[in-house]
Design a protein around this ligand. Structure first.
Ligand code: PGA
Length: 242
């Protein structure tokens, strides 16, 4: 693993050093991500996790569900987002994705598993706050720099809300559906402020195309590259592989 300092920003009295951990392959990235989640649960068995979907975290979930030593009974999860207008039984609804890759294989009580509700998005931030706030939030990044489904141009102060998906996102996600016409055009997503409210953020990024976007974003905050919100958070760990 090579650790390269990527940017340094002065923020009042504090200097924030942002590093991308370049890891050798996807398996290593997944193992390292799983280790960070394990460490969080070892720190506190009542940890509250923010969890992503998409292709990137699948390896991490595979590692976590194989590890039968983790006791998930007191862990709570808040997923970052969900499509709007998708049949909950559709295999690509994020509830189903999570059930298939993670929730069905661990002993987290059903009522500790949360997804944002398109009927009342504003309640999600309250629910997170009342649960004690997110300890560790894991997220991927879209090819246009979106995080959760906060597309370019999203307000930095946004909380959980409904959003129109950009054409690029619909195109990227069409690989999971039979045709591009099946991809929902809206989603309900944690906002950028919701994400920044987490105690710690773990960002997982794969592929050279995304690396270019990420490298631009960690030099300076950019309204059009939502992942650049990481510049406003003091505990971000970034794992990258080609
Ligand atoms: P991906 O999506 O992991 O499927 O590339 C990431 C994202 O859109 O956040």
């Amino acid at each position: 693993m090579i650790t390269t300092p990527e940017s340094q920003a002065s923020n009042g009295m504090t200097t924030i050093t942002r590093t991308i951990n370049y890891v050798k392959d996807y398996d290593t990235l997944s193992e390292m991500a799983a280790n960070i989640v394990r460490k969080e649960i070892n720190r506190s068995s009542t940890s509250i996790l923010g969890l992503p979907t998409g292709g990137t975290p699948i390896g991490m979930y595979e590692k976590l569900v194989k590890d039968k030593s983790i006791d998930w009974r007191r862990v709570k999860t808040f997923n970052l987002d969900e499509y709007v207008g998708i049949d909950p039984n559709h295999p690509e609804s994020y509830r189903n994705f999570m059930a298939r890759h993670f929730h069905n294989h661990v002993n987290i009580p059903k009522d500790y598993i949360h997804f944002p509700d398109p009927m009342c998005p504003e309640k999600y931030d309250d629910l997170i706050a009342h649960s004690g706030g997110i300890d560790l939030l894991v997220m991927g990044m879209g090819s246009n720099g979106h995080v959760a489904f906060n597309e370019p141009g999203t307000d930095m102060l946004s909380e959980t809300h409904i959003t129109d998906l950009k054409e690029q996102t619909i195109k990227d996600n069409s690989r999971f559906f039979n045709s591009i016409d099946e991809v929902p055009t809206q989603a309900v997503t944690m906002g950028l402020r919701t994400i920044l409210g987490a105690q710690k953020i773990l960002l997982l990024v794969t592929g050279k195309k995304k690396l270019k976007v990420l490298q631009k974003a960690i030099w300076k905050p950019d309204y059009n590259i939502p992942v650049s919100i990481i510049n406003n958070h003091r505990k971000v760990e970034i794992l990258y592989c080609d």
